[in-house]
Design a protein around this ligand. Structure first.
Ligand code: UDX
Length: 438
């Protein structure tokens, strides 16, 4: 089948490459020309090596291509996936402009064509967006009736950056929210080669499943951070506590790693959007507000730990290792590095930072920040360091690097380092939620 993907971001490209690997012909449409050029030369516009490898293979075999001509791409596609961004507005509400504009363009393509197409919303949208906003736009610009002239479905995506292709090929579940049986059956057939259980629902339920999932993940992280912050004050290592608590299958071990809080393109945005949507329906979610408040306060916990070890920060030079929202990616959206560095600076510290992949984009967000070209150089002469993202290379730091620090104190903001190794290498180790800090 010929599949059109509108929006060549993480979700769009991972979906396109996944269906390409399943034998379909993929045409990606994006209004960003540089993105389209990157895809057509087999390059991923973001750092995701396994995805790029498969993308390049498919492009070479002419199984996947990209274009800025959205109408042409949508006219060619039998199924059209809408994978455009839904960024946060200052209120927390999602900005639907890109989705509305893509829907209008796709509707124009449907108008031109005689074949029956199914439009699938994969962008993360709050409940009722697909039926109350996308559907009427498609009907108006196509001049056809949904469920008759074209099909419509909502199919949320649960992939994580850093494992985008693997998560798309081996999803935990496939949620198919469809307007009618025909649309749902077409989508179910497309996904049939994947082993995961298919959950068939209506479109609003599918939209809510995505928010319920991300809100729960955010809840687990804020819960872990709250427990960790208590453990520090009780003189207990939260790692042992959370590991043992997580052995109860009702709790589960994953997503209980304390740290500087959750960042990235989804969790903060989705929690805020769900809270905003609930508010607009007259429901004030105290849980979601608390999850966000705990998240906001988390960088200050690491800064307080550092202060407890080296004293007031005024005039001190502090290294921040890792600027991406997590290790292994080059994405800085909602990274906790930003509030962390702002807090350090507000206390009078000079900050030097390093990230293996995200430094260039971070420099655009904070142009006056001093950057080091390696972790070793970043640590040279500093009064302390905070690890903000769990990059593998930080685990290899040792005596040579620590001995170049003026005060060898490491605050492990992601609990990703080996405390014994650091101590043996002559540095003081302080981990978020680690009782030994006191
Ligand atoms: C997330 C969801 O996991 C994914 O299902 C959804 O489709 C998109 O949003 P992603 O944004 O790639 O994926 O990031 P994720 O790996 O979930 O991490 C989000 C943030 O939480 C990161 O800042 C990470 O460092 C933090 N985190 C994660 C913790 O602090 N502790 C944990 O135990 C797990």
């Amino acid at each position: 089948m010929k599949i059109c993907i509108v929006g060549a971001g993480f979700v769009g490209l991972a979906t396109g490459v996944m269906f390409g690997k399943l034998g379909h012909e993929i045409v990606c449409a994006d209004i960003d020309e540089s993105r389209v050029n990157a895809v057509n030369s087999g390059k991923s516009p973001f750092f995701e090596p396994p995805l790029e490898k498969e993308l390049s293979r498919l492009v070479k075999r002419s199984r996947l291509s990209a274009t800025t001509d959205v109408v042409r791409a949508a006219s060619e596609g039998e199924t059209i996936f809408l994978c455009v961004q839904t960024p946060s507005l200052p209120s927390g509400r999602i900005d639907l402009h890109p989705l509305k504009s893509a829907s209008k363009t796709v509707g124009r393509a449907i108008k031109r064509c005689k074949d029956y197409k199914v439009v699938v919303v994969k962008s993360t949208v709050v409940p009722s967006t697909t039926d109350a906003i996308v559907l009427p736009i498609l009907e108006k610009s196509s001049g056809k009736k949904a469920g008759n002239g074209f099909g419509l479905a909502m199919n949320p995506e649960f992939l994580q950056e850093g494992s985008a292709l693997k998560d798309s090929m081996q999803p935990s579940r496939i949620v198919i929210g469809a307007l009618d049986k025909r649309s749902g059956d077409i989508l179910a057939k497309l996904y049939a080669p994947l082993k995961a259980e298919k959950v068939r629902t209506d479109m609003r339920t599918a939209e809510m499943i995505k928010y319920a999932s991300n809100a729960f993940l955010a809840t687990k992280i804020s819960y872990a951070n709250e427990i960790a912050n208590m453990c520090v004050r009780f003189g207990i290592d939260s790692e042992s506590v959370l590991a043992a608590a997580g052995m109860d299958p009702r709790i589960g071990r994953l997503f209980l790693r304390p740290g500087l809080g959750f960042g990235g393109s989804c969790l903060p945005k989705d929690v805020k959007a769900l809270r905003d949507k609930a508010r607009s329906e007259g429901f004030s979610s105290r849980l979601l507000s608390t999850i966000l408040a705990i998240n906001e306060a988390q960088p200050s916990e690491a800064v307080s730990m550092l202060e407890s070890a080296i004293g007031a920060l005024r005039g001190k030079r502090i290294a921040v290792l890792g600027l991406a929202f997590k290790g292994g990616v080059d994405d800085i959206r909602e990274t906790r590095a930003l509030p962390l560095i702002e807090t350090l600076r507000s206390k009078g510290a000079a900050v030097v930072a390093y990230d293996p992949m995200a430094a260039r984009s971070f420099a655009r967000a904070m142009p006056d920040l001093e950057f080091a070209s390696s972790a070793a150089k970043c640590l040279k002469g500093v009064d302390g360091a905070i690890v903000q993202a769990d990059w593998e290379e930080f685990r290899r730091l040792g005596r040579t690097e620590f001995s170049s620090m003026r005060t060898p104190v490491i605050v492990d903001g992601r609990r990703c380092l080996d405390p014994d190794r650091i101590r043996k290498a002559g540095a003081r180790y302080l981990g978020i939620g680690y009782g030994a800090a006191r």
